[in-house]
Design a binder for this molecule. Structure first.
Ligand code: GTP
Ligand code: MG
Length: 370
């Protein structure tokens, strides 16, 4: 049976904690505000206050968390979210560095060496693109599992001197399973042994037919080092984005997904969150995975403090009570009580499933095969 702290019960009834303690005393139960009481006692207290008893089931707690669906008229254009995938060492991070240096706001071409998981660039004409680097982040598998709402497009990086390898194939399968369009960046064309034609031929085996061969897959020869083709790649991404018209409602409570999260000395738990809809503001109360918190500060991808972040913006969030996991959701809720309710519920659920798999060998094996 469910248990609840006195404070939590008070919150849910919108009564003062002290009043609940008093009522408990009347019922012969001595409990402080932070103590836990069982569901039957809680039910008694609730009726003493004259409220209706409503025991919520698991589904009820999660229900409505994401709010109502947006009407068409509330939707506004948002930048595309582009995830870079490919085989190890094929140049994903280098390519992102090269792409980032096209940012007219950050300026200083080539001067950026900071490697972070997600950032946004503004290109000539004012269009924005958000990029997510995948390697190193166990994130991507997690994210896909959540329905691949996270990325709009995939840049598949294939080194022209190496061709399609295991992780390239894996990336193709991920993108296909998620129904996300692929733009192929044939990288390292500056190398003498580069053979872009071979890469295009290899793609055919995976039912990716390059435009040059009569298909619809855009292939852009690039070099992250010489910067050849970088502008073409950006143009291709913008073209795709224009065709697909990505939209979101910025005027609602924010929700998004955790791209990476860590515990930092002096700063506490920090999460890089990709906002998917709504606008996140300093002071907002949120739940993320089985953690909750209140936004103490927001930093953009350049490390500058910002007051808010809208759809498709990656932002560093400070003010978490614990460290969520990459791939966890991030949802702004109305108040502390709601945030804690959901976080506690999820933490308990997690604890129980860990316990179950620890005590049942069969269960854990089945989970592993999942
Ligand atoms: P992982 O994150 O480990 O999967 O690798 P990655 O795909 O991010 O590759 P990364 O950008 O780290 O590049 C790997 C190596 O290839 C580095 O030594 C780069 O300097 C080199 N490299 C990347 N792009 C190019 C390119 O266009 N031309 C040449 N010549 N070298 C490149
Ligand atoms: Mg890398």
């Amino acid at each position: 049976p469910e248990a609840i702290t006195v404070q939590e019960l008070a919150n849910r009834m919108a009564e003062r904690g002290g009043e609940v303690v008093k009522t408990l005393m009347k019922l012969g139960v001595m409990a402080t505000i932070n103590q836990t009481i069982d569901a039957d006692t809680a039910e008694l207290v609730v009726s003493e206050f004259g409220h209706n008893v409503q025991r919520v089931s698991d589904e009820d707690i999660e229900m409505g968390l994401q709010g109502t669906a947006d009407t068409e008229s509330a939707l506004r254009p948002r930048p595309p979210v582009v995830t870079v995938m490919g085989h190890v060492d094929h140049g994903k991070t280098s390519l992102l560095d090269a792409l980032r240096s096209t940012d007219i706001v950050a300026g200083e071409a080539g001067g950026i060496t900071q490697h972070i998981g997600a950032y946004q660039i503004v290109v000539e004409g004012g269009s924005k693109i958000t990029f997510i680097d995948t390697p190193g982040h166990a994130a991507f598998t997690e994210m896909r599992a959540r329905g691949a709402d996270v990325t709009d497009l995939v840049i598949l990086v294939v080194a022209a001197d190496d061709g399609i390898k295991d992780q390239t194939v894996e990336a193709i399968n991920h993108a296909k399973a998620a129904g996300v369009p692929i733009v192929v960046a044939i990288n390292k064309v500056d190398k003498p042994e580069a053979d872009p034609q071979r890469v295009m031929t290899e793609l055919l085996q995976y039912e990716l037919v390059p435009e040059a061969m009569g298909g619809d897959i855009i292939c852009v020869p690039v070099s992250a080092i010489s910067r050849e083709g970088i502008d073409d790649l950006v143009e291709s991404l913008l073209l795709q984005a224009e065709l697909l018209e990505f939209k979101a409602n910025p005027d609602r409570n924010a929700s998004g997904v955790v791209v990476e999260a860590r515990l930092e000395q002096g700063r506490g738990s920090v999460a890089t969150v990709l906002i998917q809809r709504g606008t996140l503001r300093v002071g907002d109360i949120f739940v993320t995975g089985s953690e909750s918190g209140r936004v103490r500060a927001l930093l953009n991808d350049r490390g500058d403090k910002v007051e808010q972040a809208g759809p498709s913006e990656p932002v560093e969030v400070l003010g978490l009570n614990g460290t969520p996991e990459a791939g966890d959701d991030f949802v702004v809720v109305e108040d502390d009580a709601r945030a804690r309710e959901v976080a506690d519920f999820r933490a308990e659920k997690k604890r129980r499933s860990q316990l179950a798999s620890a005590t049942s060998g069969r269960g854990s094996l089945e989970q592993m095969m999942d």
